[in-house]
Design a protein around this ligand. Structure first.
Ligand SMILES: C[S@@+](CC[C@H](N)C(=O)[O-])C[C@H]1O[C@@H](n2cnc3c(N)ncnc32)[C@H](O)[C@@H]1O
Length: 386
């Protein structure tokens, strides 16, 4: 047991918040090949618990002794982990009592959101075909799963192809890889709701630009849901566009054009697009990720308020440069995985200023907390200029 505690402490003292904890742990375990899979699991769980709980107790100071005692009492079977989490969930959160220092988007309560960061979220998949057959297959293997309705606004969601499962469910061993996409409920809902709005307006996207495409979560969903359309994806990182290309290949999707673009650079955008206009633009900007901190509790632990200014300085220019390429009558979808006003409503407000032709059709948080999912923010605009 002592060696597990040694490794837990060693990770906690050497990890400084970057790269993501999952990447750091993989590298750490590569350096310690004698650790078996059970050891790695116990160390990872304890470290994640530390970061989940640390916010509840005065920068985590008392959390480590609780983990140590738990491990000494229970071994690495981890029944103690549940008890630690239950204890933490019930404990008062000092930061809530003091009031969370950053204003949260409309509809978010600081207490509910902070409490949700202490629970591990669920796993969500989007099933690309025969969802009922897939559910039966999973249930036959004793994997508890249920359909989760996606879309917005509340009351207009549809239970379709989104499945909710316990985190860690071994879907990769049971399903063919091209039959499903791992994608959080809120991410699915962000696009599903926007598509519903377009459908209600009798609008069918033909020329789509996915700005900040990352590895293509939103684009893959669009390709699965819509009839043929031309798609441009762009991101500042060439390596992530390579991942996107591999994913498109895996899912047998075609009709893709890719460009490396720094969307904060007005000249670069103009040179890359040569006056092209798009009738649909998805703008899923870089952000604090605060709506996903339940999955990455280390980001909350190491978060510093100044980082918000840095993101805000990226979000507006990225969105404004993209908006300049929106065709008349076109739809512009601004998305973040943040719950902070500064990255959400404040950017929407700035985008509206000086653009009288831009109509805001919808703006709000997609709250995944009760479902064990992430929170996102989405605003949908339409260019009403003739
Ligand atoms: C929230 S992620 C996008 C996630 C992606 N849309 C998806 O659904 O999987 C934001 C992306 O913005 C990219 N990015 C950051 N700064 C950028 C910039 N200045 N111009 C273009 N993309 C940028 C990042 O590389 C990252 O992939």
């Amino acid at each position: 047991m002592q060696f597990l505690l040694f490794h837990i402490e060693s990770v906690l003292t050497t990890y400084k918040g970057n790269p993501p904890l999952s990447v750091f742990l993989k590298a750490y375990f590569r350096q310690h090949p004698k650790l078996g899979s059970r050891d790695r699991k116990a160390i990872s769980e304890a470290v994640y618990i530390y970061y989940r709980c640390a916010s509840a107790w005065d920068n985590g100071a008392p959390v480590l002794p609780v983990i140590k005692t738990g491990m000494q009492l229970c071994g690495s079977d981890n029944p103690f982990l549940d008890r630690v989490l239950q204890g933490v969930a019930a404990a008062p959160v000092p930061i809530v009592e003091a009031g969370f220092p950053v204003p949260l988007s409309a509809g978010m309560s600081a207490g509910g959101w902070l409490a949700s960061l202490r629970r591990q979220p669920r796993l969500f998949i989007r099933v690309r075909k025969q969802v009922d057959k897939v559910m039966v297959l999973l249930q036959q293997s004793d994997i508890d799963c249920h359909k989760e309705a996606t879309g917005w606004p509340a009351g207009q969601e549809r239970a379709d192809d989104c499945l909710s499962l316990k985190n860690g469910a071994p879907v990769d061993r049971l399903l063919e890889e091209e039959d499903y996409v791992v994608q959080d409920w809120a991410s699915q809902a962000s696009i599903q709701g926007a598509l519903d709005l377009m459908r209600q307006a009798g609008f069918v996207p033909q020329q789509v630009w996915d700005v900040c495409s990352g590895a293509g979560g939103k684009s893959i969903l669009l390709k699965d849901k819509l009839p043929a359309f031309r798609l441009l994806v762009s991101d500042i990182r060439e390596s992530i566009l390579h991942n996107l290309k591999m994913r498109f290949r895996k899912y047998h999707l075609s009709g893709l054009e890719m460009k490396v673009i720094d969307n904060t650079a007005t000249q670069q955008v103009a040179a890359a697009l040569e006056g092209r206009l798009f009738d649909t633009i998805i703008c899923d900007v870089p952000c604090s990720g605060s709506g996903t901190w339940a999955r990455t509790p280390e980001q909350f632990h190491f978060f510093e308020m100044e980082q918000l200014q840095k993101f805000a300085a990226l979000q507006y220019p990225i969105a404004a440069n993209a908006l300049s390429c929106l065709a008349p009558g076109g739809f512009f979808v601004y998305i973040t995985c943040s719950v902070f006003v500064a990255e959400n409503e404040a950017v929407v407000q700035r985008l509206m200023e000086g653009r009288p032709g831009l109509q805001l059709l919808h703006s709000g948080i997609i709250d995944g907390i009760s479902r064990g999912a992430d929170c996102m923010f989405v605003a949908v605009f339409r260019n009403q200029l003739p």
